[in-house]
Design a protein around this ligand. Structure first.
Ligand code: GLC
Length: 430
């Protein structure tokens, strides 16, 4: 069920940690798509050491970023579990030199830190023999994607009895994660697209999850049975319906890839984050540790800068709701829950003023969050006797611009009301 903590949290850190970091290949997809053989992919098990993994470093990094929750890949599509699962040998505990229950270390480091615990779990398991036993509903042998040997029966014979056993296998693994690792606040499922809601028995699966933990937040990669949408990599232009979270990689890869230099800059990440919260969403920022458990210096740098910005602008971030749209203000914005404080995000260096249009309530005071400076404001145009708002101008100049996004805190005399129309004729003039 959706929880307030999720709506208030705004930033999460998404960690793809797995054997794919050993050779810098894409997580699971590299063997599914044939860029590396399955056997070569699985040989990475031997190179996964977690030799420098220290969970308190991870928690420090997450905290520094300003994130209020984290999501770690307990199991990706490759089927390699990061915990000591009793129902399969395919885990980093049993099959890699690391020999550690990484989920245990992660969950216990987070719990008590104030950062909510999220786990990613792939419904797809391209290593488990029980998985490729049926076709996606509606598809037949020969259909692209569904006719891959890792996801569909090679001989074309569907075995629903085996598929039922697979669903049981998934439920056992998820039960372990929910029961044995303290409170899991969020489950982030993935891969629902390979089967239909009916094949996954999604309604039943959700009931089962709620029986284990009625308060767990579920993303919606459950064929629509979850609590929030998960647009990925491409930032929404129109806010999705209901709660949502935009997930994005910091460079171009979910997992660690030594060749991927395409790190987004702090300014870009802060801008993207401000855009998400302006539209009422969260951002889940993806980072990939090296196989030894450490992060590239650029990960530290960007997360530290992002966290610095969030701390300076905390009241414009945590607990806020979507602000006004681009027709009213040419920038991002958020609104306090009581609608009495509007936070305007200035993305560019202002010249003499920035303006807000259609405001139908008086402004009390305006300050810049970063510097604390009080900003003058005045209104031009409008016809108050006809309830036609003018334009409110906030006097800010180039010297007010911070290093990244600059926030104007606009305190209103009443809860926000906006004019949305096309303009009026004033039939009775003053
Ligand atoms: C993707 C992929 C996966 C990635 C995930 C993150 O679509 O299947 O590799 O882990 O979703 O959002």
């Amino acid at each position: 069920m959706m929880q307030d903590w999720f709506l208030d949290a705004k930033l999460g850190i998404f960690i793809h940690y797995g054997i794919y970091a050993v050779r810098s290949v894409s997580e699971s997809w590299s063997f599914f798509n044939g860029t590396i053989s399955y056997d070569a992919y699985m040989q990475q098990l031997d190179g996964f050491t977690a030799s420098k993994l220290n969970m308190s470093d991870w928690v420090d990094l997450i905290r520094r970023s300003g994130a209020r929750y984290a999501v770690l890949t307990a199991k990706h599509h490759d089927g390699v579990a990061l915990w000591d699962t009793a129902v399969s040998d395919l885990s980093v505990v049993k099959r890699t030199p690391a020999g550690r229950d990484i989920i245990r270390e992660y969950a216990s480091a987070l719990q008590g830190s104030g950062i909510r615990t999220g786990l990613y779990f792939s419904l797809i398991d391209w290593s488990e023999k029980l998985y490729p036993t049926i076709y996606a509903e509606g598809s037949v042998p020969g259909d692209y994607i569904h006719d891959k040997r890792f996801s569909s029966p090679v001989d074309g014979q569907e075995r629903y009895d085996l598929w039922e056993r697979f669903l049981e296998f998934n439920r056992s693994q998820v039960t372990e994660l929910i029961r044995n690792y303290g409170t899991v606040d969020l489950l982030w499922f993935d891969g629902d697209w390979e089967r239909s809601a009916r094949q996954w028995n999604m309604g039943g699966f959700r009931d089962f999850l709620h029986r284990l933990n009625p308060r767990v937040v579920l993303n919606s990669r459950l064929q629509g049975y979850g609590d929030y949408q998960t647009p990925e990599q491409g930032i929404p232009v129109v806010a999705p319906e209901g709660p949502w979270e935009f997930c994005t990689t910091l460079n171009g890869s979910w997992g660690y890839n030594v060749h991927d230099e395409a790190y987004k800059s702090p300014a870009q990440v802060i801008r993207m984050f401000a855009d998400c919260i302006s539209m009422g969403g969260n951002m889940l920022l993806g980072i990939g540790p090296r196989e030894d458990g450490t992060f590239d210096e650029r990960v530290h740098h960007v997360l530290t800068e992002l966290g610095g910005w969030i701390r300076t602008n905390a009241e414009a971030v945590y607990g806020t709701r979507a602000g006004v749209d681009g027709r009213h203000f040419a920038g991002g914005s958020t609104l306090s829950r009581d609608r009495r404080v509007l936070y305007l995000f200035l993305y560019d260096i202002p010249r003499e003023a920035v303006c807000l249009k259609g405001l139908q309530v008086p402004v009390r005071t305006v300050t810049i969050l970063e510097s604390g400076r009080t900003v003058d404001h005045h209104c031009t145009g409008g016809a108050s006797w006809n309830d036609i708002p003018g334009i409110v101008w906030f006097s800010v100049g180039a010297s007010d611009a911070g290093a990244y996004v600059t926030t104007l805190k606009v305190e209103l005399a009443e809860p926000l009301r906006l004019y949305e129309g096309t303009g009026e004729v004033i039939a009775q003039n003053a």
